[in-house]
Structures are given as structure tokens and as C-alpha cells.
Design a protein around this ligand. Structure first.
Ligand SMILES: Nc1ncnc2c1ncn2[C@@H]1O[C@H](COP(=O)(O)OP(=O)(O)O)[C@@H](O)[C@H]1O
Ligand SMILES: [Mg+2]
Length: 361
């Protein structure tokens, strides 16, 4: 693993008044770039040719580095260019989805905002579960084997691919039947099926609170909240039951976008405490713990019980609903605060206090 000291050496050689904020052109890049520009930074986008239009049209990337695929971020010449620009990378969901974790840990010699050492905990469902349990969060039950299914369950597969290929089952028979169907329809491969993660399906509504842990302020801020807009599951209510039965509709969870929400005020107590506890445990499992943004993926039942089924220890695409101003960020900061900008603000504070080495690991 790349030693912290090595990253600090690179940072030492950076021109602090010319720091560039960089990220892969995807996921929450526009959010990150806009925030960086509003805090006075230059920006660099590592971008695939076919997506260049997105970053040109919004005029938010001062420099665009075209790559064949996201893995090329690891190429020596790309890394060299990024260091020449004094780049601090902001990781987002596409880093986890398209780069190998060991490559990020061992081969990415560009300073990155946040704690790389939490990555291992984030991408492993079993480790995540330990983390969340230790923090005292309610989590859905896991079925070790399809034969254990005793109610509604959701079948999940490796890699954060935005819910693609997931399906619901209520018995081991329906599991095998649906798995074949998903393979036939090209949503799933046999290899992925081997690594099925079966989890109790919690009936309730999705709420995804977005937090920011500031090491400098020693505070955990709640900056936004969203829910997912998923195809086809969010469209099924528009089709009458009779037609659903006739065409044998299977809900799928492909993420298409996000919708902002605010919750009943009484729920904030628990959501705030959950965020605090998750950070507390993160300090124990991978010191100094979460640095910057993180998000809990929850389902809230009609008893107002909150179940957490996932954590992301980085900026989430759901925070894009707050670009400009998010309601909860407004409560704390007034206008013009959102996750991408909050990250840039923290980096700016780090430069100002000469404490960049506390937030870039
Ligand atoms: N235990 C659960 N109970 C109810 N819904 C769930 C549960 N787990 C996942 N979901 C639904 O499936 C979607 C994708 O699940 P998630 O585990 O977040 O996948 P990904 O790894 O793609 O992020 C969620 O957004 C949610 O709608
Ligand atoms: Mg998820």
C-alpha cells in the first residue's frame, strides 16, 4: 500500500496556491467541479472521449484529460499530468465501480481527498455489516442460503452497479426460477449468481441522508437527503395489478436518477445519531475514520423504524439533488452550499491552516 508519507511528499512539492481539484468524468463530477470553482480552485476532468460533451457543455472543467477507459487513471503519464497540475482527486462511486481497489491503494500516486483505508470496508458487504452493526444501526437480516428464505428477500450481486440485476424472491424455488430468467434476459451472469447476497427485503420508503464529517471542526454535518429513482421498480405502481400479472413483470433496480426529500423533523434525531455513531466506529476500524462525505442507505418502515442496508464513505450521486443549495445545507450554511462545494471548502481550509495532510491520505 502507498504509504501516507509518500503522499505527503507529493503534497509537499505542490504549489499550494495552484491546487487543482480533479475527478473522473462521471457520477457526481459536475457537483464536485462546480463546488471547486465556487471555492476558487481550478478543475481537471479525466474523461472518456464519448462523454466529453457533458464536461464541455457546462464549462466546469478547466482541463480535460481524455482517456480510453477509467483504468487509464493509473497510467504513468496521466498520473504525472495530474501531479503537474497539483491535483487533489475527489473519489466518487465510479472509482469503486470501475477501478480495482488494490490499484487505488497501491498504484495511485496522486493525493486523494478522504481516507483510502476505509475503501476495503466499504466495498465488502460483510465488513460493511460489521461496521454498521458495531455502530448500533438496525440492518436487514441476511440469508446465508436460498433455502433459508422465509419472507420477502432481495438478491444482490457484487459491485456497486446501481442495483442492476437485483430481484425479489419469497422462497428458494422462486430464487432459482428468477435467477434463470435474469440470466436469460442478460441482466446477470452465472459467475455473478455464485456470489449472490440474499437479504431480508424491508417494506418501507427509501431515505438516503448525506453527511459530511469535518476533521477540522470535529463535527458531523447533515447536508442533504434524497431517494432513488429506479427503473423499473418506480414505474410498477402505474401499471394495474391485472396487467402486471399477465405480463409477469419483475421489478428491477437500475438507478436512473435521484429525487430530493426532507423527512419528518422527529426522524432527524435518529438520523443524526446514526451518522455520529458510524463516524465513531470508523475511527476505530480505520483511523482517523471517515474524512468528508458519507451516505447511509436506509429504508424507513411504517413504525418509523430505520433500517440501513448500505454505507458509502464518499460523495454519493444523490447529493447532486443539492447542487446550488440543499435544504439541510441551507439550514447550516445559508444559500449556496452543497456537497461538492463543502468538499472544496474543507480543502481550502486545509490549505489555509497548512493541515492538508489531515484530509488527503
Ligand atoms: N434490504 C432492502 N430492503 C428494501 N429495499 C432494498 C434493500 N436493499 C436494497 N434495496 C433496494 O435496492 C436498491 C439497490 O440496493 P443497494 O444495496 O443499494 O445496491 P447497490 O450496491 O447497487 O448500491 C436500493 O436503492 C433499494 O431500492
Ligand atoms: Mg446502494
Amino acid at each position: 500500500m502507498i504509504e501516507k508519507e509518500h503522499i505527503f511528499d507529493i503534497l509537499e512539492n505542490y504549489e499550494k496556491e495552484k491546487i487543482t481539484i480533479g475527478t473522473l468524468g462521471s457520477h457526481s463530477a459536475l457537483n464536485i467541479f462546480k463546488g471547486a470553482k465556487e471555492e476558487g480552485f481550478r478543475t481537471v476532468c479525466i474523461c472518456k472521449k464519448e462523454n466529453e460533451i457533458i464536461y464541455r457543455r457546462f464549462s466546469l472543467a478547466d482541463e480535460i484529460v481524455i482517456v480510453k477507459d477509467f483504468e487509464s487513471l493509473l497510467d504513468a503519464n496521466v498520473q504525472k499530468r495530474l501531479r503537474e497540475l497539483n491535483t487533489i482527486l475527489i473519489p466518487h462511486g465510479s472509482f469503486n465501480a470501475y477501478l480495482d481497489m488494490d490499484d487505488i491503494l497501491n498504484k495511485l500516486n496522486v493525493p486523494m481527498f478522504g481516507n483510502r483505508r476505509l475503501l476495503r470496508w466499504e466495498i465488502d458487504r460483510e465488513l460493511q455489516k460489521k461496521w454498521l452493526q458495531k455502530a448500533g444501526l438496525k440492518i436487514p437480516k441476511k440469508f446465508k442460503d436460498p433455502n433459508e428464505i422465509d419472507g420477502l428477500a432481495i438478491a444482490k450481486f457484487p459491485g456497486a452497479k446501481g442495483g442492476k440485476g437485483y430481484f425479489l424472491v419469497n422462497s428458494s424455488d422462486s430464487f432459482y426460477e428468477k435467477a434463470e430468467d435474469m440470466i436469460k434476459r442478460g441482466h446477470l451472469t452465472r459467475e455473478e449468481l455464485e456470489n449472490t447476497y440474499l437479504q431480508e427485503y424491508v417494506v418501507g420508503v427509501n431515505v438516503y441522508p448525506q453527511y459530511f464529517h469535518s476533521i477540522f471542526k470535529n463535527e458531523i454535518e447533515l447536508l442533504g437527503m434524497d431517494k432513488r429513482y429506479e427503473s423499473t421498480v418506480d414505474s410498477i405502481g402505474r401499471i394495474p395489478a391485472r396487467e402486471q400479472l399477465k405480463i409477469g413483470i419483475v421489478p428491477t433496480y437500475t438507478i436512473v436518477g435521484n429525487i430530493p426529500i426532507t423527512v419528518r423533523e422527529r426522524l432527524l434525531k435518529q438520523l443524526l445519531e446514526m451518522g455520529d455513531n458510524v463516524v465513531k466506529v470508523s475511527k476505530e476500524i480505520a483511523p482517523p475514520g471517515i474524512i468528508g462525505p458519507f451516505c447511509l442507505e436506509t429504508v424507513i418502515t411504517d413504525n418509523l423504524e430505520i433500517f440501513t442496508f448500505e454505507i458509502s464513505a464518499r460523495i454519493v450521486a444523490g447529493s447532486n439533488v443539492g447542487i446550488g443549495t440543499s435544504p439541510y445545507a441551507y439550514l447550516k450554511y445559508g444559500e449556496g452550499m452543497y456537497m461538492g462545494r463543502r468538499i472544496a471548502r474543507e480543502i481550502k481550509n486545509g490549505i489555509g491552516n497548512d493541515e492538508l495532510d489531515k484530509i488527503v491520505l
